[in-house]
Design a protein around this ligand. Sequence first.
Ligand code: GLV
Ligand code: MG
Length: 361
Amino acid sequence: MSHKSPKDFFRPLAVGAPAPLREIPARPSRAIHFFDPSNEKMAAKVPGMIGTVDVLLGNLEDAIKADNKVAAREGLVKIAQSTDFGPTQLWTRINALDSPWVLDDLTTLVPAIGDKLDVIMVPKVQGAEDIHYVDRLLAQLEAKAGIQRPILIHAILETARGVANVEEICGASPRMQGLSLGPADLAADRKMKTTRVGGGHPGYLVRQDPPKDADGNSQIDAQRSVFQQDLWHYTIAKMVDACATHGIYPYYGPFGDIADVVACEDQFRNAFLLGCVGTWSLHPKQIAIANRVFSPSVEDIAHARRVVAAMGDGTGAVMIDGKMEDDASLKQCLVLVELAEKLAEIDPELKKQYDAIEVQA
Ligand code: GLV
Ligand code: MG
């Protein structure tokens, strides 16, 4: 098999298309807030949300009725053309590659608003071939429309084959910006026996061993603690490793139980701790949760700065509050400090909180 030369990955796939990026910029994207561009009431709220959310995403795929597909596409064009998005990124989720709508999605959106679209989310990605298709088509459309910077691709991990192929998907194009977990479609595709959109399940648990009576017999029916387990741990961990390997960004996905803000926060925080940079928001109240969870806490930044200050040139080891800190814990602290700096640039409230931290000796 003859492989493409590494050099060729950085040549445009169409004459006149913008040169591919060599690094994907680490732009804050704690919440990707989904809106339905065919819903006029929802669309009217979009300009007012600029600056309050890192990413606004015009959704064209699932949750948009077949009869509204064209209205959603046209609504997105109208909103994008008439709105200055300032610091907020504009993304879209196109229809699936096997749907009757996706070709019109791409051939309409790129010429009309390609200069405003930062990222195109592609659902139900199965393998590198899906990314190659979109990659070439985007290059052709960008060239034709005279777009100056490449539109990036974000894939949703929501098929069993997609999870099996996650590495090749991440490395399929220099346009790859990141991946999101799509727990609802993934559950269906894998034939999981759940009926929810993301989150846990009370049946997926481990149980404490039974206590024994005086004769050493197990008391099967005794009260025992149970601990719910995370259905998504394996997939998120696999996604995080694949993304980190390829220098792109992992995200949690939808959490469908809008009323359960507590479990939503837990699920988001698990993803944050495992390495994700953000999540989806399906309701304005999930934006606040995501912004809080995906911003390092003031306590973590206070500790991280203390370690950075104590570690001098970064080599050796020091004791802080009875705990050993060395090169490796310093590197973890730097991940948090650098993220905090990036977020402070766009979030004045957060900047105030981080600035107020006094570094302890
Ligand atoms: C998202 O698209 C999902 O299927 O969970
Ligand atoms: Mg889906």
